[in-house]
Design a protein around this ligand. Structure first.
Ligand SMILES: [Zn+2]
Ligand SMILES: [Zn+2]
Length: 105
């Protein structure tokens, strides 16, 4: 989307719970209801966590309670996220409802 005032490309911006498109000239479009803004943000690598969904048939299982369905067995794996000097993040995937969550510990 382009700025109707100056023709520059509008940049997606989150303002609280609202989404807006802003331009460097000061123009702001807050009427946005377009979900494509999420893809734009993802492309820029900002604050959107991309969790690869591994092949669960190869994953070990562990005792972990699912927030969504309360099932007590989940698959788990670890993954290097963000900077390489940060510790690996552990992910769980519910055996029953396939909900994925991460373990911050
Ligand atoms: Zn503009
Ligand atoms: Zn579940």
């Amino acid at each position: 989307m382009f700025c109707p005032k100056c023709g520059s490309i509008l940049l997606p911006k989150k303002e609280g719970s609202k989404k807006a498109l802003v331009c460097s000239c000061g123009y702001k479009n807050t009427e946005l209801k377009d979900t494509r803004i999420n893809e734009t943000v993802k492309d820029k690598g900002q604050e959107v966590e991309v969790i690869d969904d591994p092949d669960i048939s190869t994953l070990p299982k562990t005792d972990a309670k699912c927030d969504k369905c309360g099932h007590k067995t989940a698959y788990y794996w670890t993954m290097q996220t963000r900077a390489a000097d940060e510790p690996e993040t552990k992910f769980h995937k519910c055996e029953k409802c396939k909900h994925i969550w991460r373990d911050y510990n």
